[in-house]
Design a protein around this ligand. Structure first.
Ligand code: SF4
Ligand code: NI
Ligand code: NI
Length: 710
């Protein structure tokens, strides 16, 4: 058929190009020349996942070209032709990989970013499982009418879809006013059609990172991407053979392709469809991938979407600012009695942001009063923390901080569109009623902007409430509660994973605290967080409970049947892949190393974060390695079975500084050690084993004199 001819034409062309490029590169640099994509533990991810081969040098590539060619049978059969599409993916990966042969960033001069590093993929885990990012779009080509691609991409952005752009439509989108960048969920990859592989390897690495896919198990890989990665492809403009064969690769991975040219009888229903009316492109794509968007229709004059969360508003662009550095500020959620508040009463008490010349600087107190039969004071801070996200979802509004220390900026464009303080109140009202409808029956929002009034609220209501909450949090620990919670949100990616969330151990993503889990149970009774009665204690010190084991076993459908809450060696908790930090044993130091996701450099284990992480994820128990949240580091329960925090010998400086105060307090209470964090090595002191040991010896670090850790 025309279609299979096109696919084979493209695949053969790519095969030829790839073979030539590999031969040229070997002639120029030699077969021993090292070759790697930046910041990944998965080599050439497509080749690694599909065949198990770890490409490390140019000399590894000719064999891969052989595999690639064997995938192209040129037989008149759609299944065979889709395999040829995979060959195109492999070829594209090699051609793109060769761009990195000289080191440095080959994409420095391109408006695309090229290869997407592992940490970015890990950071997408939680928003993908919560549906905050409902899908992934790959949009490539060049639109005949630029306005079409602009409208489509903006529509995806407003729906929170993560969109990758390939080809000349990158400039069309940017020129048309689309805000691009990871923070805006619109990521330009590159101009060559081969750069589409950088979107493909995101899906493939998701299978490796979260799905525990076995390298070499191609069938397993294809099943994972088809079932669990909600991606699809849109092409703009005329199709050439290479684009069509790349599209066949996408279809083989389970990603439907919507093209804007009429393919007539060459369409493959459900997999390759023509939509010539661009007004229907988005709807058709979402339908093909069965992506449902929970649209938030909020009556405010600016766009409202999670895709705007990362937007930064600079001084010169702002119309108004509420900053605790300059004026009193606070935000507070309080529960009230049924008759004390009026539902949907949204009031601004004091001057609004219009009237004066920019930048308007004002005090602000945002008081959100709620009533609900099932409302509990413990849920107040959970709702309050969401204000930060909801404000950031508004295009042209930036929010940082919380409680009485915050900064809100409103930019000039938003002001000109008519955004006023009442709209901020409306957003809170609608979102509280949308997300917390199970516990909130009535909600009233009042925004105060007069200094005296704000100060009065601060001193009489806000500060005392924060104080009481802090006392509650201080007294909350694993001993004082009788219930822990599961979180299985990440199972959509890591089917065998289950977090056990306790007051001292937040979910390893850092986003689900014990209070959050408790609220989630109340909000969605059959949802991802289920209670675990703290019963059947077998070993209090190590944290072994028959109920924990039982419920984890149920929650993981039998994959994991024993979890020791406070151990890294004995049945440690599983990791899905989106952990904030990873802890690994450093045997020669008789201790452990902790590294956070943001840290790019080496660790004294001889592995980077990415390399450590690749041994830890996928919902399997890996004794000696453990993913966890930042806040767990200063807990008295942190690897208590192995001696606790006195085993920590190395952390990146940024992480160490961030946790130092709390860590030192814990070390003082547990061991009577002052300034324990000063005994912990970091990358500014040494990254290698010898240097670390020298430092530890000099400091008299307690790990060195402890029992052997293993
Ligand atoms: Fe995923 Fe665990 Fe975070 Fe839940 S708590 S979202 S399972 S990492
Ligand atoms: Ni967020
Ligand atoms: Ni996860």
């Amino acid at each position: 058929s025309v279609l299979t001819d096109l696919i084979y034409g493209g695949s053969n062309a790519v095969a030829g190009l790839t073979e030539g490029a590999v031969n040229d590169a070997i002639a120029k640099y030699g077969a021993d020349k090292k070759l790697a994509f930046p910041d990944t533990a998965y080599f050439f991810p497509t080749i690694y996942a599909a065949t198990g081969v770890k490409v490390k040098t140019l000399g590894d590539l000719p064999a891969c070209v052989g595999v690639l060619k064997s995938l192209i049978t040129n037989k008149e059969d759609l299944g065979d032709a889709l395999n040829a599409g995979l060959a195109t993916a492999v070829g594209a990966e090699i051609i793109e990989g060769l761009k990195y042969v000289e080191g440095g960033d080959p994409y420095a001069q391109d408006s695309g970013i090229g290869f997407v590093p592992d940490p970015i993929i890990r950071s997408l885990g939680v928003p993908l499982v919560t549906g905050d990012i409902p899908g992934v779009a790959v949009v490539l080509g060049k639109a005949e009418n630029p306005a079409d691609v602009v409208a489509v991409v903006k529509d995806y952005q407003n729906k929170g879809i993560m969109t990758f752009l390939v080809g000349d439509l990158i400039e069309q989108a940017i020129d048309g006013g689309v805000k691009v960048g990871l923070d805006f969920r619109v990521v330009p990859l590159g101009h060559d059609v081969t750069s589409v592989i950088h979107a493909v390897t995101v899906a493939i690495r998701a299978a490796l990172i979260f799905g525990n896919a076995t390298p070499g198990d191609l069938a397993g890989l294809l099943a994972y991407t088809k079932e669990r990665v909600p991606a699809f492809v849109n092409t703009f403009g005329p199709l050439d053979a290479v684009t069509v064969s790349a599209g066949a690769g996408a279809i083989a991975l389970g990603f439907p392709v919507v093209v804007d040219v009429d393919l007539g009888e060459n369409q493959v229903p459900g997999a390759l469809e023509s939509v010539t009316d661009h007004g229907q492109t988005v709807a058709k794509s979402l339908e093909l991938r069965k992506i449902k968007i929970k649209m938030k229709e909020i009556p405010v004059p600016v766009a409202f979407a999670s895709a705007f969360e990362g937007e930064i508003i600079r001084k010169n662009d702002m119309h108004a600012e509420f900053s605790s550095h300059k004026n009193p500020t606070c935000e507070l959620v309080l529960s009230r009695g049924k008759d004390e508040i009026t539902d949907h009463k949204v009031e601004v008490n004091g001057p609004d942001i219009d009237g004066s010349t920019a930048p308007v600087e004002m005090p602000i107190a945002i008081l959100v009063e709620v009533f609900g039969e099932k409302m509990q004071p413990d849920f107040e801070p959970v709702i309050e923390r969401k204000i930060h996200h909801w404000f950031n979802y508004m295009e042209g509004v930036m929010h940082t901080g919380q409680r009485n220390l915050l900064r809100i900026r409103i930019d000039k464009a938003a002001f000109e569109k008519g955004l006023r303080l009442k709209d901020l109140g409306e957003v809170i009202y609608y979102m509280v009623m949308d997300e917390f409808d199970n516990v909130v029956d009535k909600c009233q929002v009042t925004i105060y902007t007069e200094k005296d009034k704000v100060e009065e609220i601060l001193s009489t209501i806000a500060m005392p409430t924060y104080g009481k909450r802090d006392e509650r949090l201080e007294s909350l620990n694993d001993e004082t509660v009788d219930t822990f919670y599961t979180c299985i949100l990440c199972q959509s990616f890591a089917p065998a994973h289950c977090c056990v969330v306790t007051p001292e151990r937040t979910g390893l993503c850092g986003a689900v605290s014990w209070l959050d889990a408790k609220a989630t149970k109340e909000l969605t009774p059959t949802g991802p967080c289920q209670p675990i009665p703290k019963e059947g204690c077998l070993d209090e010190l190590k944290g072994i409970y028959t109920e924990v084991n039982k419920i984890v076993e149920e929650s993981t459908h039998g994959s994991v049947s024993n979890v020791t809450l406070y151990s890294i060696l004995e049945d440690p908790m599983t990791s899905c892949g989106c952990f904030e930090c990873i802890c690994g044993i450093m045997p020669e130091a008789n201790g452990v190393v902790i590294v956070n996701r943001e840290h790019k450099g080496m660790t004294p284990t001889g592995m980077t974060f990415g390399e450590l992480a690749s041994m830890t994820g996928g919902g399997v128990q890996t004794p000696g390695f453990m993913g966890h949240g930042r806040s767990f580091i200063s807990s008295k329960k942190f690897i208590r079975a192995e001696g606790g925090i006195s085993r920590i010998v190395w952390m990146p400086k940024e992480l160490k500084d961030a946790v130092a105060d709390k860590l030192n307090k814990t070390a003082k209470e547990l061991y009577g050690i002052d300034n324990f964090s000063d005994m912990i090595c970091d990358e500014t002191i040494s990254e290698d084993s010898e240097g670390v040991l020298e430092f530890l010896t000099e400091k008299g670090h307690p790990a060195l004199s402890s029992d052997p850790i293993m």
